[in-house]
Write a protein that binds this ligand. Structure first.
Ligand code: NDP
Ligand code: OXD
Length: 310
């Protein structure tokens, strides 16, 4: 028997449990908080676990994150540092994120917001279409999601600038890395997409300085984490015209509190953390693969680096 514990508040875990039991017949599934023998648990599958619980499982061999971002797991001060954390990386999850980014970029590029206003005023007014080849798009984070978005945007003809922690060489993408090259990367970007993990280094990176390094009237798309954004700086940048708008899928506090100024801001588009969705349809295979690897003593894929925080 291989005992796993799912720590996830979702209404419907039935499908996932059935699929796991079909793929791994000798699996024993527990749902938090019902665990009689914590010493039996060998794998934890989770998303936003309660703080401090990870040290309760002395025979834990792997933690599988149901999300791509793992900051809520790494936040646990009692995390056993020798237990690998595997995050779900799945092609459909990646494609959905890219779809969201394409939609947001194209709405800005083809002036959808202006045409909405013109329609409301029943005003027939064709506007010039700006050149796709002049609309530089900056992507902060050239990982699984950032690279896919960069490549798809490139095929539409947008010039792409990407920024990462370590140097990269990606065909057709201008790659920048490290703090020293951030401003240079931003200097031409009419659209900025944030796809960074939330770490001590990236928290608050969408701030006044970043917005000021972009051309006046640029557009922000934040699909990473709410804490990347300094909210006050965004509101100021919109007021001053430095940014012409923002599309936000993630927020420091979710759900976004009632009466938050973002709700009614005419230049802000809000979605409720749905840029992509990981659900049981996509979870089973990566979870099964990770469990097989751990049981067979094989090298795990998509392992989080504790030191880097992602
Ligand atoms: P990856 O780990 O694959 O990629 C992270 C990228 O960020 C890498 O290119 C990395 O650089 C770069 N990076 C990390 N730290 C720094 C830094 N200090 N300076 C510059 N670049 C840095 O992550 P994913 O692409 O899978 O996911 C990115 C994030 O998207 C997740 O962490 C999560 O927060 C968010 N997300 C949001 C979802 C939503 O629905 N809104 C859904 C899924 C994810 P390097 O390549 O050099 O290591
Ligand atoms: C994730 C998310 O990190 O959905 O996977 O935000």
């Amino acid at each position: 028997m291989f005992s796993i514990l799912i720590i996830y508040e979702a209404e419907n875990l039935e499908l996932l449990i059935t699929e796991l039991k079909t793929s791994i017949p000798d699996i024993d599934v527990h749902i938090w908080p019902e665990v009689e023998n914590p010493e039996k648990i060998e794998a934890i599958i989770t998303w936003k676990p309660p703080l401090g619980i990870m040290s309760k499982f002395p025979n834990l061999k792997v933690i599988i994150s149901l999300g791509a971002g793992v900051e809520d797991i790494l936040r646990d001060p009692n995390l056993p540092q020798d237990v690998p954390i595997v995050r779900i990386v799945e092609p459909c999850v990646t494609s959905r994120m890219t779809e969201y980014i394409l939609l947001a970029v194209l709405r800005f590029h083809r002036q959808a917001f202006t045409y909405q206003r013109l329609q409301k005023a029943q005003h027939w007014k064709p506007l010039p279409i700006s050149k796709t080849s002049s609309c530089y798009i900056g992507i902060l984070g050239l990982g699984v999601l950032g690279t896919d978005a960069a490549q798809k945007l490139k095929t539409l003809g947008f010039p792409i600038r990407g920024w990462s922690r370590t140097p990269k060489n990606i065909d057709g993408i201008e790659c920048f890395y490290g703090r020293d090259q951030l401003k240079l990367c931003l200097s031409k970007c009419r659209v900025l997409v944030c796809l960074l993990p939330l770490t001590l280094q990236t928290k608050g990176i969408l701030n006044h300085e970043t917005f000021s390094a972009m051309p006046c009237g640029s557009y922000l798309i934040n699909v990473a984490r709410g804490e990347h954004l300094v909210e006050k700086d965004l509101l100021e940048a919109l007021d001053s015209g430095q940014l012409s708008g923002a599309c936000l899928d993630v927020f420091s506090k979710e759900p976004l509190p009632e009466n938050h100024p973002f709700w009614s801001h005419p230049q802000i588009t809000i979605t409720p953390h749905i840029a992509t969705q990981t659900n049981s349809e996509y979870w089973t295979q990566p979870i099964v693969d990770a469990i097989h690897c751990i049981r067979a003593g094989q090298t795990l894929k998509n392992v989080v680096n504790y030191q880097q925080g992602y």
